[in-house]
Design a protein around this ligand. Structure first.
Ligand code: CDP
Length: 229
């Protein structure tokens, strides 16, 4: 068990659209763990800054105190955590194109990482948490009992992301556009100096390109069960 933690922590990291959040949510439900989507916090800060009318050129100058002043909080629920901005629940707002296009820019700032790390560790303080993101196994929960690194071919990730966004019909051009947006975010996330996206030491790498959702969920549930047997 992690020092000071009363239960297991499982991390799932990986590139954009690799299915981390949906997989983590389902695994958590089957095991009666809580789920935290850490990306939602970065998205919430991005949303908060856009909504407050703070120009992108000014984001790098914001202090941790100013970022905290936006009022991002995590509220514990039965199954996980709700992300709130000044008390207001954020859900669909977090997945808008405006937020998605800018979130990686914000996530590369040291003040932003400092602002959000405490919230994430606090969420893990009770253990029994499945958390997904980019630096869960490397930086936020380096002592996690199980670290998973989820990957999939870029084209397959683009296909899944279009479906997830409710697109029923799409052609090669749509796929190529989505793939290029995912790739751009991956490059920013893995190329940054602080908390870059990478496979954590000791992680179990799972390539989901040819796995069904059920298969990828089962593989992880099995790995957790092996830990607890
Ligand atoms: O769902 P998707 O994989 O598209 O992204 P997400 O998990 O919602 O994360 C959105 C963005 O937040 C990522 O592209 C990263 O820039 C940032 N992020 C991060 O830097 N560190 C994390 N632990 C989670 C997300």
């Amino acid at each position: 068990m992690s020092p000071g933690v009363g239960g297991l922590i499982i991390t799932i990291d990986g590139p954009a659209g690799s299915g981390k959040s949906s997989t983590a949510r389902e695994v958590a439900q089957r095991l009666s763990f809580k789920h935290l989507d850490s990306g939602a916090l970065y998205r919430a800060l991005t949303y908060g800054l856009i909504e407050a009318g703070v120009a992108e050129e000014e984001w790098a100058d914001l202090t941790v105190r100013e970022l905290r002043g936006l009022g991002i909080t995590l509220e514990s629920t039965k199954t996980g955590f709700e992300v709130r901005l000044g008390g207001r629940l954020l859900v669909d707002e977090l997945r808008s194109v405006e937020v998605t296009d800018r979130v990686s820019l914000l996530a590369g700032l040291p003040s932003v990482r400092e602002c959000l790390i405490g919230l994430q560790r606090e969420a893990g303080s009770g253990g029994f948490l499945i958390v997904d993101g980019r630096d869960m196994g490397t930086v936020v929960f380096p002592e996690a009992e199980l670290k998973v690194y989820l990957i999939a071919d870029l084209k397959e990730r683009a296909r899944r992301r279009l479906l997830e966004n409710g697109r029923e019909v799409f052609d090669d051009t749509d796929l190529a556009e989505e793939a290029s947006a995912l790739e751009e975010r991956d490059d920013l996330d893995s190329g940054r100096a602080i908390s870059p996206l990478k496979s954590p030491p000791g992680a179990v790498e799972i390539d989901t390109t040819n796995l069904s959702f059920e298969e990828q969920v089962s593989v992880i549930v099995e790995l957790v069960n092996e830990l607890t047997l």
